[in-house]
Design a binder for this molecule. Structure first.
Ligand code: MV4
Length: 448
């Protein structure tokens, strides 16, 4: 089916990102917004806009009825959910389907499959993706000790409805196990309404490396290499790079091929990200995200492929625009997440931006809805922009990033820009020598 008008069920920089792709494809756009976002750039740049409710997300950007009504009113024939909000909501995909509206993303079935972490892991095993050694499925308190002894300590208890680090508990030894299982279960119940947990070998110093895939839903799929997202704090990514400084080209093509083959087997449709922990040269699947990710532009920078174009193509049955053989990886890209936050404590800093000047020049991309005079509302996440820098080599990329950070002006609020100035000058970062704990250790070590 052809898509002629897309409603973008999101806000901020990602709403702009999707708008740009629609415009390039000659597709009309509808923005939706809360009353707090009436002055937002995504509303100004869309062909039409609909106010869908008051500031709290649950009443606006998460309000399925309002979004479906906005589609009916404007005649939108498809919805792009961006990331977050309704992007991995299988019920939303089902409801759109029932209304004859195209959800730009995977099938509701595939969203559900990957949303349950035990089913996701079982699926990964069946598809030939390497996983972390662990329990075969759910772990009950009465079986926990036997399973933990088989796996070997330390072990990690995870919520099957979890993800993004919520509801995880480490048990270093037998003494700690009972309490770890019971707290993981009660935290899982409180957070997700489901107390099911599973168990894995705990990896102490991994990197977080994820593979970008796109499938057409008919058995064709490609990979676009990996991103290294190890630099994070409290499960919020801060700095991402492509390629990973830890991999060579053989490792990249091997894990990429494994992921693309898996997506072919499951007839996956849309963009997806397969997340791994990487330690001592081995990959261990942890989760799959069935959406476009915040950090997708670094993959676009090194491949030249527009991932939102591909998402729209496969959603409308038009197939992928490239084959695996046609994809080449060129140079190195780094993304810095510019948040309206204190650069050391990460406490949000909403308010009015008094001056705004984005850097430019070769190899520079700024995805942001911010402008001078824009008032950042306190209701949503604090990401106000992404700085993406591309160079022919990692060294060139780092030198360029240093130059570009000096040009970026955001006044009136606190931002994470000063943190990036510290990181770009750091020797471990220059060497690519970091794991998932590096940033938190660095912040503790250098605290005033
Ligand atoms: C792990 C792990 C160590 N061993 N699994 C955290 C988020 C969730 N997606 C998976 N997570 C982890 N799973 C095993 N078997 C360490 C983490 C983890 C982590 C992973 C990716 C990025 C940042 C992280 C921060 C702390 C812990």
């Amino acid at each position: 089916m052809t898509i002629s008008k897309i409603l973008i069920a999101n806000r901020g920089e990602i709403a702009l990102r999707v708008l740009r792709a629609c415009k390039e494809l000659g597709i009309a756009t509808v923005a939706v917004h809360s009353t707090a976002d009436a002055d937002a750039m995504h509303v100004r740049l869309a062909d039409e806009s609909v106010c869908i409710g008051p500031p709290p997300s649950r009443d606006s950007y998460l309000n399925i009825h309002q979004i479906v009504a906005a589609c009916e009113i404007t005649g939108a024939d498809a919805v792009h959910p961006g990331y977050g909000f309704l992007s991995e909501n299988a019920k939303f995909a089902d409801i759109l389907d029932a209304h004859g509206i195209t959800f730009i993303g995977p099938t509701a079935e595939h969203i559900r499959l990957m949303g349950d972490k035990i089913t996701a892991k079982k699926t990964a095993v069946e598809l030939g993706i390497p996983v972390v050694p662990g329990s075969a499925g759910e772990v009950l308190p009465e079986n926990a000790m036997e399973i933990a002894r088989q796996i070997g300590f330390p072990v990690l208890i995870k919520a099957t409805a979890g993800g993004g680090g919520r509801g995880m508990k480490v048990a270093k030894n037998e003494t700690e196990l009972e309490e770890a299982v019971s707290t993981a279960r009660s935290e899982a119940l409180a957070a997700f309404g489901n107390d099911a947990v599973y168990m894995e070998k705990y990896l102490g110093h991994p990197r977080h490396i994820e593979v970008q895939v796109v499938g057409d839903g008919e058995g064709n799929a490609i990979h676009l290499g990996e991103r290294d997202c190890s630099l994070q704090r409290r499960h919020q990514k801060v700095w991402e790079e492509a390629n990973s400084p830890a991999l060579n080209v053989e490792q990249r093509m091997k894990i990429g091929q494994i992921c693309a083959d898996a997506m072919k087997k499951m007839k996956y449709r849309g963009a997806g990200t397969i997340e791994f922990l990487y330690e001592n040269g081995e990959f261990y699947f942890i989760e799959m995200n069935t959406r476009l990710q915040v950090e997708h532009p670094i993959t676009e920078a090194i491949t030249g492929i527009d991932l939102v174009h591909e998402q729209i193509r496969v959603a409308s049955g038009g197939g992928l625009s490239v084959t695996q053989d046609e994809i080449t990886f060129s140079g190195h890209a780094i993304e810095c997440r510019i948040n309206a936050e204190d650069p050391r404590t990460f406490v949000p800093s909403p308010g009015t931006i008094t001056h705004f000047h984005a850097p430019g020049g070769l190899g520079v991309r700024v995805d942001s809805g911010a402008y001078a005079g824009y008032k950042i509302p306190p209701y949503y996440d604090s990401l106000i922009g992404k700085l993406i820098v591309h160079g022919r080599t990692r060294v060139e990329c780092m030198m360029r990033l240093r130059r570009v950070l000096d040009e970026f002006v955001v006044d009136g609020i606190k931002t994470t820009l000063p943190l990036f100035q510290d990181l770009v000058a750091n020797q471990d970062i220059a060497n690519g020598d970091y794991d998932i704990h590096w940033l938190e250790d660095y912040l503790a070590r250098t605290a005033p």
